[in-house]
Design a protein around this ligand. Structure first.
Ligand code: DGY
Length: 335
């Protein structure tokens, strides 16, 4: 029997590609640029599976042109680049890579908190410019992180991993989430559920761990930023579009807040020019899960999801179970 065909939309790691090639004929786009939507549609013809990344835009218009595609195995936990409703309507399973990147992403969120509070990049640049002439008592004075209040917006797995780290720094932990955690989880994390407004008003650090949806888009805008304390720091390792970047630049420049640690941006890889003018913004290029171990685990998980679907099994990290249910309950004669 010929092997099913799989499209890999941009450069991937060789080891998981080799695993994939044991089960499928792989059409591999080995560039970092990846494919335009038109090229993606053309290359998807005749494919049963597709391995995608965060830069692939799979809206309804693109998905409706795929014929015969059974599964989109997405590399990453966030899948806002894929219209899940449209995929479901078109009978395409979609999978992601939850769990394996929680600690790694929480590490980066904590690193950004520390870097912004202790002005680490500012201090590094100061030395590199040759500006350090003498030690003075108030050189690069920052703010304490320990014993301060951390507000976590979105208390999913990554938010919880951040809370565990914050306990080690004796921080008070507030959180806001649509659904409140069970009491035993709250007490294990020593985290208190509060309204979003109270969280913004009382926190010294606000860290965003929300998925990007129609409800969360620009949910951190001017009025929310103005509620924060003037010495507070905003951290975002989730999705850039959750924050209104224009308002954030004004907040940083006009000192409504003290600083920001940002790994994600509204129009990646383009940055709001104002952000580059803010010494109180620590910026990293969407690398929340980017460690050698974690990225490899994510890649292997992505391939495992695709291979399961190709073998007629339910992929372990299926996001739209109804597609599988429809497929699994179809009459045997349907093929
Ligand atoms: C994720 O896992 O969602 C990261 O942002 C990479 O796509």
């Amino acid at each position: 029997m010929p092997k099913p065909k799989v499209l890999v939309t941009k450069r991937f790691f060789p080891e998981p590609i080799a695993v994939l090639a044991e089960h499928a004929e792989v059409d591999y786009e080995a560039t970092d640029e990846g494919l335009t939507p038109a090229a993606l549609v053309a290359r998807a013809q005749g494919k049963r599976a597709m391995i995608t990344q965060v830069t692939d835009q799979l809206g309804r218009d693109v998905l409706s042109q795929f014929t015969g595609l059974g599964v989109i195995a997405h590399f990453g936990v966030g899948y806002d680049n894929i219209d899940l409703h449209a995929a479901t309507e078109h009978g395409i399973m979609v999978t992601n890579t939850p769990g394996v990147l929680d600690d790694t992403t929480a590490d980066l969120a904590f690193a950004l908190m520390l870097a912004a509070a202790r002005r680490i990049t500012e201090a590094h640049n100061f030395i590199q410019r040759g500006d350090w002439k003498r030690w003075t008592l108030d050189l690069m004075m920052g703010r304490d992180v320990h014993h301060r209040t951390l507000g976590i917006l979105g208390m999913g797995r990554i938010g919880q991993a951040l809370a565990r780290r914050a306990r080690g720094f004796s921080m008070r932990i507030l959180y806001h989430n649509r659904t409140r955690l069970p009491l035993e989880m709250e007490s294990a994390l020593e985290a208190e559920w509060v309204s979003k407004e109270r969280l913004l008003r009382e926190s010294d650090f606000v860290s965003i761990h929300l998925p990007l949806t129609a409800e969360t888009r620009h949910s951190m805008g001017e009025s929310e930023l103005r509620m924060m304390k003037p010495d507070a720091v905003l951290v975002n390792t989730a999705r850039g579009l959750v924050v209104d970047e224009e308002a954030l630049v004004r907040a940083l420049k006009e000192k409504w807040i003290a600083g920001a640690g940002l790994d994600v941006f509204e129009r990646e890889p383009r940055l709001h020019p104002g952000l580059l003018e803010c010494p109180n913004a620590v910026l990293t290029p969407h690398v929340g899960s980017s460690t050698v171990d974690t990225r490899m685990k994510m890649a292997m998980m992505t391939v495992d999801n695709a291979v399961a679907a190709l073998r007629g099994q339910r992929p372990p990290n299926l996001l739209n179970a109804s597609v599988w249910d429809r497929w699994a309950s179809r009459p045997a004669s349907a093929g």
